[in-house]
Design a protein around this ligand. Structure first.
Ligand code: ADP
Length: 482
């Protein structure tokens, strides 16, 4: 305030000094005709109107008229005017000066208006860009007060929603939970933008139905811009609501599709071992069977029951992972320890294959150790199962601050390119093994991929037939202690 007053004071002094300067120069030294003097004074007045506004221009116009009369119109040195023509000249000077000042001020006002409209438009554009960035309702609602506060340069901002009686704030936190009933009432009644106690209250509506309000402290905005902010916020909320409801519908459809697929696959897969068990049991019951054949039939029943058992438990596990019913317990775990545990839980592999492990010291990852061990075990068992006894298996891990990658490489039979994406499908078994002598359910990799994805990571393969395969588990949240 003080600095504004000082600026005004300096401007007055300068304006009068300029007027005095012109009078002095023309009176003392240059002695030009009165018309040139009048034009010079007019120029000064126009400059003042354009740069500093009408106030300065009008006062200096009046003062210039007086000086013009006194110093330049005969009789000089008096305020009387002898020639009626000079009266006309003086009047013309005064009118031109004031008219030109007004025009110049008008142009100035329009320029200021245009600039502030442009600023507000840019602000609305920035706000719409920020509000359209998020697709999740929770993230949007907490981002709205901060976004509105930052684009309008308000001291603080808040968003109140009638639905759920929810309050979100940014900047200096002001409204407390006790004020919710008051806000509820205010949001229900507010029909247009209002200013109350330094807080701009903008209604948010869906059609004509009140939805809530945005409050902004210490900000000056035109009514149109405030209304536009309210509409933008309302559209952003409606948009995310629509997106979420579409996503929910799609998730429900996908879950239904998976359920049907699962039931179809289980019925199909269960039929094979059941048929074998039924056949063996019928053969045993049909009459006396040689002892050797009895043993063979009983072995079939035993193996096929095991297969049935694995199928059912893996199908249940897959269904639980699909329904996100498996509780993950994430904690920082040592990758070396994780791999050691996985190797220990399928120790039979070491009897058939040399296993090389190459992991940097201190590498850690944030994971559910039990679940991740299951993935590694499955990859190790597959590496052993699908490669000739004696061929090496190599486990490596690398990591940086972005994540870690654990790879299990074998020099086995490899996977044809056409099958490399299919093997992650549930119940899919490699063409060479379906119904063959390698026991399996086709669920291992599907389960492993689901577990990895639940960690926010991915499971991929690179492979060449007859040369071997490398399965890589990539996980975010890699932690390498300094
Ligand atoms: P399963 O091993 O029970 O058949 P998986 O889901 O673990 O089921 O694997 C699916 C298919 O992927 C296997 O049938 C096999 O054809 C192929 N596969 C998996 N791991 C390897 C590997 N290390 N080398 C070659 N083929 C593999």
């Amino acid at each position: 305030m003080n600095s504004r007053r000082a600026t005004a004071m300096i401007r007055w002094v300068l304006a009068f000094a300029a007027l005095a300067g012109i009078v002095l120069v023309y009176r003392r030294w240059l002695h030009v005709n009165p018309a040139t003097t009048a034009l010079t004074l007019l120029l000064l007045i126009l400059l003042l109107a354009a740069e500093w506004g009408l106030r300065y221009a009008v006062v200096i116009s009046l003062s210039a008229t007086v000086c013009y009369n006194f110093f330049f119109l005969p009789p000089l040195g008096t305020f009387t005017i002898s020639d009626p023509q000079n009266w006309l000249a003086l009047l013309a000077f005064l009118c031109t000066a004031i008219l030109a000042s007004r025009l110049s001020q008008q142009a100035r006002n329009e320029a200021t208006d245009a600039r502030s409209r442009q600023r507000e438009l840019e602000m609305l554009l920035r706000l719409s860009r920020e509000l359209l960035q998020t697709d999740s309702m929770a993230a949007l609602l907490s981002a709205i007060p901060a976004a509105v506060t930052s684009v309008t340069a308000a001291r603080s901002g808040m968003l109140y929603l009638l639905e759920g009686d929810k309050l979100y704030q940014a900047g200096e936190i002001e409204a407390s939970q006790q004020e919710l009933p008051h806000l509820h009432q205010l949001a229900s009644d507010l029909t247009s933008v209002t200013e109350d106690g330094g807080v701009l209250q903008i209604p948010i509506r869906s059609g004509v139905r009140p939805k809530g309000l945005v409050g902004l402290r210490a900000v000056t905005l035109s009514a149109e811009t405030s209304e536009a902010i309210g509409s933008l916020v309302s559209i952003a909320i409606d948009r995310v609501q629509a997106l979420e409801s579409v996503a929910r519908g799609e998730a429900a459809k996908e879950s239904e599709r998976l359920r049907t697929l699962m039931i179809d696959s289980i019925t199909h897969e269960l039929r094979t071992p059941l048929t074998s068990i039924k056949g063996a049991a019928t053969a045993l019951l049909s009459g006396p069977v040689a002892q050797e054949q009895t043993k063979e039939l009983l072995e079939i029943i035993d193996e096929e029951s095991d297969r049935l058992n694995s199928l059912v438990s893996e199908a249940v596990e897959m269904a639980q992972l699909d329904a996100q019913q498996v509780q993950m317990h994430f904690s920082p775990v040592s990758v070396r320890g994780l791999i050691a545990d996985a190797c220990a839980s399928c120790a039979w592999i070491k009897d058939q294959h040399p296993v090389h492990v190459d992991i940097p010291d201190g590498l850690q990852v944030k994971a559910d150790p039990v679940m991740l061990q299951k993935v590694l075990c499955n990859l190790l068992e597959n590496a052993a199962k699908y490669s000739a006894a004696g061929s090496p298996i190599t486990i490596t891990a690398v990591g940086d601050h972005g994540g870690i990658a654990i790879s299990v490489a074998d020099r086995g039979i490899g996977i044809d390119l056409s099958e490399q994406s299919l093997i992650f499908e549930r119940f899919y078994r490699g063409r060479a093994h379906a119904g063959g002598e390698k026991f399996g359910t086709g669920m291992g990799l599907a389960i492993s991929r689901a577990i990895t994805e639940a960690h926010g990571g991915s499971l991929n393969v690179t492979s060449q037939p007859e040369r071997g395969s490398v399965f890589t588990v990539s996980l975010p949240f890699g932690v390498i202690p300094a």
